[in-house]
Write a protein of this length. Structure first.
Length: 286
């Protein structure tokens, strides 16, 4: 078990999902450069859920992450977090991308500790705890993912898979209300990627974080997620919201079983069968 002090997170109003999109649309640019990335979209994510967003490139998957993280505003509609309009209360977000984005001049331990230095409420007591409780919190996570022996190493001394393990630790160390994963394993070889699926599953089962995962890998979505939202070509919309039926913990042998391969194939056919309209061709945003 990962030992860490409980820090209050967003209180969810009774009966409200953690995240709710109410007819939310999003566009980039203006005038002739205007691009509709997301059609009016409705989406609900319950606290502790693990939702994967899949679909063709440019369908708005990453746009949904940006909207939730308040990195952009919706063009229309409303986004609610824990039953309140997004922005009414602060939301602690953890993020991990395809590139690990670790700072090369800091050790792995210092990289993982970084959110505790800058994110409330941790930063207010950072000086008092950085060599005590916070170090213990960081080291517990590194131990959990098999990196404690590399805590004093630098990112360039680690393999890509090890860097992404550290990246996941950094995204989780501050007990985020929401974990956003944008193709975090996409740049890795197949064997390393599958190994990290197991690591991510272990971390989720331990902490029950609420997760939104963007991926092009349908096997990854089916292995990790509780629900899979299939999106159309740009301008994106959710075509299907599928519950993943497999019990946890899941093992890699599952990915070769008939029910698993049938689910992956069905998702693939759903994406391939969806026509790419005129508005969906050309450049776009994930």
């Amino acid at each position: 078990m990962i030992a860490h002090a409980a820090i209050p997170t967003a209180a969810v109003l009774e009966g409200a999902p953690l995240i709710e999109f109410d007819a939310v649309s999003a566009t980039y640019g203006t005038g002739k450069a205007r691009t509709e990335a997301l059609q009016p979209t409705t989406l609900k994510v319950e606290k502790g859920d693990f939702v994967a967003l899949v679909g063709p490139s440019g369908c708005g998957k990453s746009t949904i992450l940006k909207l939730v993280a308040e990195l952009m505003k919706p063009t229309s509609g409303h986004i609610f977090f824990a039953g309140r309009e997004l922005g009414a209360n602060p939301v602690r977000v953890g993020m991990a991308f395809q590139a690990s984005t670790l700072l090369p001049w800091k050790t792995i331990r210092a990289n993982v500790m970084l959110p505790l230095k800058i994110v409330r409420p941790f930063r207010e007591s950072y000086r008092a705890n950085k060599n005590g409780a916070y170090r213990e919190r960081v080291d517990a996570l590194l131990e959990h993912v098999g990196l404690i022996d590399f805590a004093d190493s630098y990112p360039w001394q680690l393999s890509g898979g090890m860097q992404q393990r550290a990246n996941l630790c950094r995204a989780l160390v501050h007990d985020p209300d929401l974990l956003l994963l944008d193709e975090p394993f996409g740049a890795l070889d197949q064997f390393t990627r599958e190994e990290l699926w197991s690591t991510m599953q272990d971390l989720w089962m331990e902490r029950r974080s609420t997760v939104l995962l963007v991926t092009h890998d349908l096997r990854e979505a089916a292995y990790l997620a509780s629900r899979i939202c299939v999106m159309s070509p740009r301008p994106g919309r959710i075509l299907e919201d599928r519950t993943v039926p497999f019990a946890r913990p899941r093992h890699l042998g599952l990915t070769f079983e008939p029910d698993f391969t049938a689910l992956v194939q069905d998702l693939r056919e759903k994406i391939v069968r969806t026509p790419t309209g005129k508005a969906a061709r050309g450049g776009g945003h994930e």
